[in-house]
Design a binder for this molecule. Structure first.
Ligand code: PGA
Length: 257
């Protein structure tokens, strides 16, 4: 069975004090209300990884980087290696977020290298895939997602695959307030699981967590998380306020199975 996960992607938001307050609030909520069914992840800006890891005492609360380099070390100004991410106390790393792909021009072959580096380093990658509005309107969304999955995942072994978390994030639903309907999300999640089933095996596909991302909020989370192939959420806007993030944790614990 796949891990169920509520992950907050802070993006380029929150300064040290705000980040510390959010982690502390989440941590103390989890200490008082132990969760059984889910793992909680926060992905702060890189310079807060150490602080976040130090403050996240609860075993169910892990820290993720938002990005990392494909290289080990050397002359790569502005970059952070997998071993640095680990050194900072993080256990996961987001790879291929659509903002990295679109704004920073990260392409499939680079993302594949990053995924392999993360796995070889013992980090759990959260690998993001998602189509644009235009691709959806043209009916190209399944093909596009299949291409992204093939490009990123095809060289992994069946033993490695369950350590990769896939996040389906339709670009048109990110930060727009527009969410994929539970049916649209489920349809794509089932497609992703089927793809993994045919390239690896049904048993392996069953072990992979597939998160939904794109304007997840307390108001729509129950319906999304209730879908059979949705294993949790990668949450941006609603994850940077303690109140809504904790509400999402509560809903996740209640609904995700
Ligand atoms: P959002 O972001 O929840 O603000 O739409 C999701 C994401 O980009 O991971």
């Amino acid at each position: 069975m796949s891990r169920k996960i509520i992950a907050g992607n802070w993006k380029m938001n929150l300064h040290l004090k705000e980040g510390a307050d959010l982690i502390s609030a989440t941590n103390s909520y989890l200490n008082q209300n132990p969760v059984e069914h889910i793992d909680v992840v926060v992905a702060p800006p890189a310079y807060q990884l150490v602080q976040s890891s130090q403050l996240s005492g609860n075993v169910k609360l892990s820290v993720s980087a938002q990005n990392m380099a494909a290289q080990d070390n050397g002359a790569f100004t502005g970059e952070l290696s997998a071993s640095m991410v680990k050194d900072a106390g993080a256990e996961l790393v987001i790879i291929g977020h659509s903002e990295r792909r679109e704004i920073f021009g990260e392409q499939d072959d680079l993302l594949k290298q990053k995924l392999h580096k993360a796995i070889d380093s013992g980090l759990y990658p959260i690998f993001c895939v998602g189509e644009s509005l235009e691709q959806r309107k043209n009916g190209e969304h399944f093909k596009h997602i299949e291409n992204q999955l093939k490009a990123g995942l095809s060289d992994f072994s069946s033993e490695q695959l369950p350590n990769i978390i896939v996040a389906y994030e339709p670009i048109w639903a990110i930060g727009t307030g527009e969410t994929a309907s539970p049916e649209q999300a489920q349809e794509m999640h089932a497609f992703i699981r089927k793809f993994l089933g045919s390239h690896f095996s049904a048993a392996v596909a069953d072990e992979v967590s597939i998160l939904y991302g794109g304007s997840v909020k307390p108001g729509n989370a129950k319906d999304l998380f209730g879908q059979p192939d949705i294993d949790g959420g990668l949450i941006g806007g609603a994850s940077i306020k303690a109140e809504s993030f904790i509400e999402l944790i509560k809903i996740g614990e209640e609904v995700l199975r």
